[in-house]
Ligand binder design. Sequence first.
Ligand code: AMP
Ligand code: ZN
Length: 482
Amino acid sequence: MNVNRPIKLYNSLTHSKDVFTTHEEGKCGMYTCGPTVYHFAHIGNLRSYIMEDVLEKYLRYYGYDVKRVMNITDVGHLASDADTGEDKMLKGAKRENKSVMEIAKFYTDAFFSDCAKLNIKTPDVVEPATNLIPEYIEMITKLIDTGYAYLAGGNVYFDTSKLDKYYVFNDQAEEDLEVGVREDVFEDENKKNKADFVLWFTKSKFEDQALKWDSPWGVGYPGWHIECSAISIKHIGEFLDLHCGGIDNAFPHHTNEIAQSESYLGHSWCNQWMHVLHLNDESGKMSKSNGEFLTVSLLEEKGYDPIVYRFFCLLSHYRKTLTFSFEALDNAKLAYDKLIQKIAELDVNEADALDEGAMEQLRMRFNNSMCNDLNTSMAITALYDVLKAKTNDKTKKYLLEEFDKVLSINLIEASDKLKAEIAQAKAQEDAKLTPEIKALIEERTMAKKEKNFARADEIRDELLAKGITLKDTPQGVEVIWN
Ligand code: AMP
Ligand code: ZN
């Protein structure tokens, strides 16, 4: 698509909407932090994946050759993001009395099944963290050799004091950034600096850590952060164009990814960082640790099409915190159903020519919205602009189909389905019209024409007794079954 304006995207590194550029013209290496597969994804996690999916699809629509890579965290993510607490995978395995690998397989499959229901495309490369142990060891070895990492108490730590600037996303005080540290979790005394983080664990609090590998520093397992650096560098190379994740990933996870990647590579790594703000429930933060949480399956059990949830997410900007309630979802459903109804009412004449002038105008509205920091709610408004435009229905349907390649809310499939359902219902009604009833309707039409209203009323009452109401419309007589 030849879009005559640059894409502007908010960049967490510069705190401004920057013109999106890539290292190699026309190509985009995109990395997304994947799920920790110890439980089902909640619909908050999926908000991040929906918005990242729209961004990827828009970049493709715009003309970029995108290579999207995602990890699957199946080792190393501890209960606290600050390298303390229990390994989340082990916690999941204990909860369900299964092995860690069984848990990882089950919840990886469940994640992609949810994604499919939400029209989230599977990334070009999906790499489980446990696949790349030799790569982590190679990276960590180099970080030790170049003085960026040290061994203490059996673990390998990244030395954040070696960096000119560690807190790359903001200039907050260190104490303010202690996210995810609970009171019952002790500060790791091996660390030289408070912000240092683990690259490789050998001395874990957990004797029963299920997955362990041999390494130059002893049998152990990688820290959470190293996986995303190594997976991205392996599949995308030394320069990453775009890194995405939920806002909670900015610190410490992404901050640590940058620290270790740039120290390893010896140059800057990724210049564009996109963070999706959280979806909260009405009680506050959405969390998996307190048992019951909102999943795609739960929405389905309550009768919602998962695509309505996708539509609900698109109605808000990704950089605004979004509060979920069933009332808000119902409103989105109403709006979605109305939109689909309007599309189903389009009467396409295949013989019509596509209206190039109208297409240019309408595409401009869609692109202006998407290029303005991925303003998906304005892009949805552009769909209504298409429906209201003074042009033929063939052009309207063509454009809606085109924009839906980015938005992925089943505009054409759902409206075709609705049309087929209406046609089927009408056919069923028509099939109930016996020759006798048809003759009576015909006779009533004639009687009315001849101004024999007494006979016309008689027939109307006769049909009413058979459960049929006749409604006179400008298009003719409509038969309504009572
Ligand atoms: P996790 O499975 O915890 O590693 O998280 C997977 C993705 O979901 C990460 O990109 C998180 O930043 C993101 N995420 C976590 N909680 C939320 C939330 N409430 N709303 C939106 N995204 C979230
Ligand atoms: Zn990551």
